[in-house]
Design a protein. Structure first.
Length: 120
């Protein structure tokens, strides 16, 4: 019985997460949301290092989502950390989407990841 309840709980979370993502994907560009800036504290990092990304935007009841073509986004909201390992060497693109019930705006920033070097 406990296994069945746990399975139903897990499936419920997956369905809710899928619905939230699908709702966001169905949004359209919203001219009332403006991204004023998207910045990184460091635009070139060594593998295994991090940089902080910050977005400044205007709009009513806005939320934020982040996505990287390689590497990991750590955190959520207006400021997150971007981390990448050896497998992500090169120029990587991070997309920030600012959205509300009416639509979204998005912008990208590129971070160069260089090989990790041990100093002699």
């Amino acid at each position: 019985m406990k296994t069945t309840i746990k399975l139903i709980s897990v499936l419920g979370c997956i369905i809710l997460a899928s619905c939230e993502k699908n709702n966001q994907e169905n949004l359209k560009l919203n001219p009332d949301i403006q991204i004023l800036s998207l910045e990184a504290t460091i635009k070139e990092v060594m593998a295994w290092d991090t940089t902080t990304l910050t977005v400044h935007a205007t709009g009513n009841n806005i939320s934020y989502s982040w996505e990287a073509n390689h590497g990991d986004i750590l955190g959520s909201g207006i400021s997150v950390k971007y981390a990448a390992g050896q497998c992500c060497i090169g120029l990587n693109t991070i997309t920030c989407r600012v959205f509300n019930e009416q639509g979204y705006a998005e912008d990208t920033i590129q971070i160069r990841v260089t090989p990790y070097m041990i100093k002699p």
